[in-house]
Design a protein around this ligand. Structure first.
Ligand SMILES: C[S@@+](CC[C@H](N)C(=O)[O-])C[C@H]1O[C@@H](n2cnc3c(N)ncnc32)[C@H](O)[C@@H]1O
Length: 215
């Protein structure tokens, strides 16, 4: 097979995978992660939300009335892409690592993924008022790991910075409007402020997934 024919069939296979996802068929993480370069794929087990968890989290935002959802610490946008394909939500992801944002944007463009914006930045760059849903897959914990376990060393991480970021998220959630939905996977290192109702029955069967809605 020629190189061009090989890349056409790879592209078709990836589009078929995204169509499967849209149709509610089971897609493995191994297959989904092939959208991204090897250096990103190999971080998947530890750092990127599993496909089935992302589908469930996205459906919770939709069910509980969120419209504009921010993934705080979006990586290359795995949650955002899956949520965009499986719901009508508007998704944004803020990510501090430029190389992940670049890889994520390439996938958005290559496969015409709708309603996703990946923002290169940190928490200071977030307008929390612009969203009624927040997704967090334990984004700040990496700062507590040895640097040999980090995604990469392009950003200086520390426990001190993790503590500051956690406090910023807690403060933003404390100010959030009524109806705001928060979904966490493995928590975010902080406490959900008073005023949010925890709905454990909604995440039953998915370990480490939690939903809160502000009263
Ligand atoms: C555990 S990964 C989760 C990625 C994605 N949300 C998912 O579920 O697949 C956490 C990501 O958050 C990013 N991150 C951590 N702290 C951040 C901050 N303060 N601002 C922006 N991105 C941050 C990291 O660079 C990493 O890519």
């Amino acid at each position: 097979m020629s190189r061009a024919a090989g890349s056409i069939s790879r592209n078709e296979a990836r589009r078929a995978l995204l169509a499967d996802l849209a149709a509610g068929r089971v897609v493995s993480d191994l297959a989904f992660d092939r959208l991204y370069p090897e250096r990103i794929r190999k971080l998947s087990n530890r750092y990127w939300t599993p496909v089935q968890v992302a589908c469930r989290a996205a459906s919770l935002f939709a069910k509980h009335g969120a419209r504009r959802v921010l993934d705080i610490g979006a990586g290359m946008g795995k949650f955002c892409v899956i949520a965009a394909i499986t719901t009508d939500l508007e998704l944004s992801g803020i990510e501090q690592r430029e190389s992940l944002v670049t890889a994520g944007r390439e996938v958005l463009a290559a496969y015409d993924i709708p309603r996703v914006t990946l923002i290169h930045g940190m928490l200071d760059d977030v307008d929390f008022d612009a969203y009624d849903g927040f997704y967090l897959f334990n984004p700040f914990e990496e700062g507590t790991f040895a640097s040999s376990q980090w995604v990469d060393r392009t950003i200086p991480l520390s426990e001190e910075r993790a503590t500051e970021d956690i406090a910023r998220v807690e403060a933003a959630l404390a100010r959030a409007r009524r109806g705001t939905c928060v979904v966490t996977f493995h928590g975010f290192g902080g406490a959900i402020p008073k005023g949010f109702a925890h709905l454990p029955e909604e995440t039953r069967g998915v370990p480490f997934l939690r939903l809160w809605v502000k009263d």
